[in-house]
Design a protein around this ligand. Structure first.
Ligand code: ARG
Length: 460
């Protein structure tokens, strides 16, 4: 296969060395970005008089025809080439002749691949953002319908205080707001164009780097240091870090769905479309999708660690180690995209067992804090109130009842401050609705927050 660098060599590359070095098996994914970059580069070369207008026109038409044939499936990438850049240049030259050989004037594969990756990642970041947005819409609709669906809130996976399903879902909605804002930060910071940095030290041709940066949509303009430009992979690390955080959130969420779907909890029922069975146990309906999302978190973290480690020992400027950035990043992008899509589908079809959640919230002394607060409001110091209620809890455990079941005599046995209004004060709805602080599960506060989420979703 014709190489881009054959001139200096007298012997053929060892076959295994050639394959080991080649990246086409995975960088073929960048073909559209590669052509997009080449189109801007060649237009600029012609505009600046570095190549002739006629050659510029031929190159443009040739590149557009390749793009078109790729889109229509008439051209597939020939994997015997070293990389996608060599393949495009070879096809171009095959189609338009010598003009094709002028495309690479004032350019190196180092700034070319840096550009291709930035273009690809820019789009991938936006796609990830859309994936999260779709999930947020589903969460919003669950929240809107469940402002007074009571359930236990947990700490240490022990029932703690009652909350609502809307409030619980809102916690994840918040995590996804932060995830999206991280993505938008990344887009801002990577908004500069490396094209025109050459191999590492710019070029002697009078390239108009502002022009290509603008044409390619980099509103931050061209990068300021050509050595940094060809060896910067920070944006990949930032993106993988953001993807890892998204997966960490999805994994926590999955864990809860798995617990809630267990026979012991039964808070939810995952729809048939998003669960699978067992080959031996006929009764099983397993939460595999949630388990896989939780499991795949590991490979996304792996990609982050992989690139951090690859980059840590690389002297300036470009070194071939950096070719290792692609497979892991592509895998992480695909993984997160699948996870978001399937998790969203699962949440969109899941059934919440409101009755079971409510019953669960009524047990487990989730109103013990409220009972203590009742005493505090009647003048008892909090520390004393805490121990009075603690003793009543022991009594209830022994008698196998809840605080709500205690008779007036039983209350009074611990403190004569208790009166009839204790029952109302510790009812499930009071316990939730009295939590009025902004950010709490009470309906009043949650309604305000939902209005905010509604504006957030619609401003998008
Ligand atoms: N395949 C290479 C990569 O992915 C492209 C850049 C090659 N540059 C070079 N000087 N060999 O990083």
């Amino acid at each position: 296969m014709q190489k881009l660098w054959g001139g200096r060599f007298q012997n053929e590359t060892d076959y295994d060395a050639y394959r080991f070095n080649a990246s086409i098996g995975f960088d073929k994914r960048l073909i559209k970005e590669d052509i997009e970059g080449s189109l801007s580069h060649s237009r600029m070369l012609a505009e600046c008089g570095i190549i002739s207008k006629e050659d510029g026109k031929k190159i443009e038409e040739g590149l557009l025809s390749i793009l078109n044939d790729i889109d229509e499936g008439k051209l597939t990438v020939d994997e015997s080439y070293e990389d996608v850049h060599s393949f495009v240049e070879a096809v171009l030259t095959g189609r338009i002749g010598d003009a094709g050989k002028r495309l690479h004037t004032g350019r190196s594969r180092n700034d070319q691949v840096a550009l291709d990756m930035k273009l690809y990642i820019r789009k991938a970041v936006s796609d990830t953002d859309k994936g999260i947005f779709e999930l947020q819409k589903v969460l919003f609709s669950i929240m809107s319908g469940n402002l007074d669906t009571y359930m236990p809130g947990f700490t240490h996976l022990q029932k703690a205080q009652p909350v609502t399903l809307a409030h619980h879902m809102g916690a994840y909605f918040e995590m996804f707001i932060r995830d999206r804002s991280r993505l938008s930060d990344i887009l801002d910071r990577m908004n500069t164009c490396p094209l025109g940095s050459g191999a590492l030290a710019g070029t002697t041709y009078p390239l108009d780097r502002e022009m290509t940066a603008k044409a390619l949509g980099f509103t931050g303009g061209p990068t300021r240091n050509s050595m940094d430009s060809v060896s910067d992979r920070d944006y990949l690390i930032e993106y993988l870090s953001a993807l890892s955080t998204i997966m960490m959130h999805l994994s926590r969420f999955s864990e809860e769905i798995i617990i809630w779907n267990s026979n012991e909890y039964r808070f939810v029922e995952i729809d048939d479309r998003y669960s699978t069975g067992s080959s031996i146990m006929p009764q099983k309906k397993n939460p595999d999708i949630a388990e896989l999302v939780r499991g795949k978190t590991g490979r996304v973290y792996g990609a982050l660690i992989s690139i951090l480690t690859t980059m840590k020992g690389i002297p300036l400027a470009y070194d071939k180690d950096m070719q290792e950035d692609k497979e892991v990043v592509f895998d992480a992008i695909d993984t997160v995209s699948d996870c978001l899509k399937l998790f969203t589908g699962m949440m969109n079809t899941i059934t919440f067992r409101n009755d079971v959640m409510k019953r669960s919230a009524e047990g487990g002394f989730t109103n013990a804090t409220d009972a203590a607060d009742y005493l505090v409001k009647k003048g008892v110091p909090f520390r004393d109130a805490h121990s009075i209620i603690g003793r009543l809890v022991i009594h209830c455990v022994e008698e196998n009842k809840s605080l709500n079941d205690l008779s007036m005599d039983e209350w009074k046995a611990e403190s004569d401050v208790f009166e009839d209004d204790i029952y109302e004060a510790i009812s499930l709805s009071t316990c939730v609705e009295k939590r009025v602080t902004f950010g709490a599960p009470g309906k009043e506060s949650m309604t305000k927050v939902l209005e905010y989420y509604n504006r957030y979703l619609n401003n998008d």
